[in-house]
Design a protein around this ligand. Structure first.
Ligand SMILES: Cc1cc2nc3c(=O)[nH]c(=O)nc-3n(C[C@H](O)[C@H](O)[C@H](O)COP(=O)(O)OP(=O)(O)OC[C@H]3O[C@@H](n4cnc5c(N)ncnc54)[C@H](O)[C@@H]3O)c2cc1C
Ligand SMILES: Nc1ncnc2c1ncn2[C@@H]1O[C@H](COP(=O)(O)OP(=O)(O)OP(=O)(O)O)[C@@H](O)[C@H]1O
Length: 553
């Protein structure tokens, strides 16, 4: 019975996709198609399905079970708290330096942004080296609880907000272990940082340089606020620096990319548009800087009565959302370092990454590093050094290289955001392509809510809203479906991703969406992902379909 049901479902998927494919071709051979017509022709199935398993070696099977009785949640990394702390401590120890010198004076502020880590953090290191005491601050910017630019979706979904909270809690813990603390304040950085600098007589505010206009505007406002400071008086208990007259903002590239911007063999304004040219050029001409070690002791802390608490999700004005199905990624640097350890060393998955990376099911087909990279709780240079260590100690093959290849994509989109500025957010993209797009709300909602009737699309969209993650292949497919098949304004999809993704990063997100929509700077990457082909050609041994009992397929 199971086999028969599986077969029926599988045929249903293929035939519904094929019907759609034919309709698309018949209606508009080259234009985006409205899928309403094809949806009404759909058969609706009501299976109690959570996971469809297609096995290439045996016949297709359907494992059906009631979601309410199944424990389908798993954590990434799949380690308990003690193990996570132990691995993080061991890694910190490996990177601890007893010889680092500190010869600065006064107080420096570290304004933490998307660099929520201790290891390989140049901002933290420079602040430490140039001062006698560091004040680390994180500002919970109320703009994060605002809405996206054009379509008014929540700027930060609850799952990413929770991930951020985990990151802050872990950063605070790791700073305290090293003799510091983290001041957490609610408010706009431009309203928090300058008064703090004044209160403590800080000589410099160190922060990571960002590239997109929203973040750059905040940098500008903080810089302006600091310029207007008159450092006249200081609280008695603080280290006194009456000679200081102003406080400057020092923005540091840090290691937000694997290749440092200063090491590129070209100016960002003449960055090659074609990814392959960019990659070949940096690989041939550019080294990767070593990770910055961690000073043994980062203290003393400044004297402060109230360091602020790690907020709850409600305090951020959001309703808590629990992951009840699928993957739950744990935020924070300790979890990030543990995931690298788990993926590379414990499970030894790096050796097969290239073969598995287009999968969709489970935690192990790809690294899942992206949420930690986006929040800055993981440095890409650390990943690079671990790949090299693995290549020395275990083996080097195409798979070990391919993780670096993918990280170069990440670098590329970061640099592209400098070259093309706000045009990566605009409808016509960097190439200013003129094209008519639909903003049909119903069609968009069917995509957003995973109710298109196309299981591959619906499964991926549901995974996104229930876990905050979607595989790279899933993202390419749902993007192609929205923009090429439905003809919907790609920014609606990009903004929905901005809301939901744990790994949301403006450069990678809008960079990939402009590619998918065919408005990116490299037109060669404009690819259509046909659903029937994807279902069959993926040769997936285990194709996850994330469907609930209540959803008609
Ligand atoms: C429409 C669309 C939107 C996307 N939005 C984002 C986003 O907001 N943030 C984000 O980090 N990635 C984004 N990506 C890229 C990619 O899907 C994710 O980085 C990847 O799925 C994360 O899973 P992983 O860490 O297991 O990746 P792995 O396959 O293990 O790759 C390792 C790392 O390489 C980098 N990487 C891999 N592919 C890409 C890529 N195409 N572009 C940029 N970097 C890449 C990531 O940092 C990733 O963590 C998007 C892709 C598409 C098609
Ligand atoms: N980090 C970010 N995340 C999401 N969007 C961003 C980010 N940084 C900048 N943007 C987007 O960049 C755009 C700002 O660019 P620009 O000033 O050209 O547009 P605008 O004048 O605000 O709006 P319009 O283009 O409609 O006139 C906005 O769409 C803004 O939301």
């Amino acid at each position: 019975l199971k086999r028969a049901t599986g077969f029926v479902l599988c045929m249903a998927i293929l035939s519904s996709s094929f019907t759609f494919f034919l309709l698309r071709k018949l209606l508009h051979p080259s234009k985006p198609t409205s899928i309403i017509a094809s949806r009404t022709n759909q058969t609706h199935y009501n299976f109690p399905v959570s996971v469809l398993i297609m096995n290439s070696s045996s016949s297709t099977q359907l494992r059906s079970y009631s979601p309410s009785t199944s424990n389908t949640t798993y954590q990434v990394p799949g380690l308990d708290t003690d193990e996570i702390d132990r691995i993080a401590d061991q890694t910190f120890e490996r990177y601890a330096s007893k010889t680092m010198n500190r010869n600065g004076t006064g107080i420096a502020i570290v304004w933490f942004r998307n660099d929520l880590r201790v290891l390989d953090n140049e901002v933290l290191y420079k602040a430490w080296a140039s001062s006698e005491a560091v004040l680390p601050v994180y500002c919970l910017d109320p703009r994060l609880s605002g809405t996206t630019h054009y379509f008014g979706f929540p700027k930060t979904g609850a799952l990413r907000a929770q991930f951020l909270i985990d990151c802050l809690a872990d950063l605070k813990k790791n700073l305290i272990k090293r003799g510091l603390n983290l001041l957490i304040k609610y408010g706009k950085p431009e309203e928090i940082i300058p008064p703090l600098a004044k209160q403590f007589g800080a000589h410099t505010v160190f922060a990571q340089k960002e590239t997109c206009s929203e973040e750059v505007n905040v940098e500008r406002l903080v810089g302006k606020g600091l310029q207007g400071l008159e450092l006249l008086s200081f609280p008695g208990e603080c280290i006194s620096h009456n000679s200081l007259k102003n406080c400057k903002l020092q923005l540091i590239w840090s290691s937000c990319t694997m290749y440092h911007v200063d090491d590129l063999p070209f100016n960002t304004s003449s960055l090659p548009d074609v990814y392959t040219q960019f990659r070949k050029s940096v690989e041939a001409n550019c080294g990767i800087q070593s990770c910055i070690p961690i000073p043994m002791f980062l203290g003393p802390p400044v004297s402060l009565d109230d360091w602020g608490c790690v907020p709850s999700i409600n305090q951020l004005g959001l309703l808590p959302q629990k992951v009840t199905k699928g993957m739950r990624l744990v935020g924070g640097e300790s979890a990030a370092l543990s995931r690298v350890h788990e993926y590379f060393w414990k499970k030894d998955l790096l050796r097969i990454y290239k073969e598995t990376r287009n999968g969709m099911l489970g935690s192990d087909y790809s690294t899942k590093f992206s949420p930690w990279l986006a929040s800055g709780s993981l440095s890409p240079r650390f990943i690079y050094e671990e790949v090299k260590r693995y290549e020395r100690e275990r083996l080097a093959n195409n798979s070990t290289y391919w993780v670096l290849f993918e990280l170069i994509w990440r670098d590329y989109f970061k640099f592209i955001s400098i070259k093309y500025g706000n045009s990566i957010f605009h409808l016509g993209g960097p190439r200013k392509v003129e094209q008519r797009w639909s903003q049909d709300q119903k069609l968009f909602e069917s995509w957003r809510d995973g109710c298109t009737g196309y299981p591959l699309i619906d499964a991926n969209m549901k995974e996104l809203s229930t876990t905050g993650f979607m595989s790279n292949r899933g993202r390419q497919i749902v993007c192609s479906f929205l923009v090429r098949d439905m003809g919907i304004d790609w920014r609606m999809g990009a903004e929905w991703f901005e809301t939901c993704l744990l790994d949301y990063d403006p450069c990678s997100n809008y960079g990939n969406w402009t590619y998918g929509a065919g408005v990116g700077n490299d037109p060669r990457e404009d690819r259509y992902f046909g659903i029937p082909k994807q279902v069959s050609a993926l040769k997936i041994t285990r194709l996850k379909l994330y469907l609930t009992t209540t959803t008609p397929l």
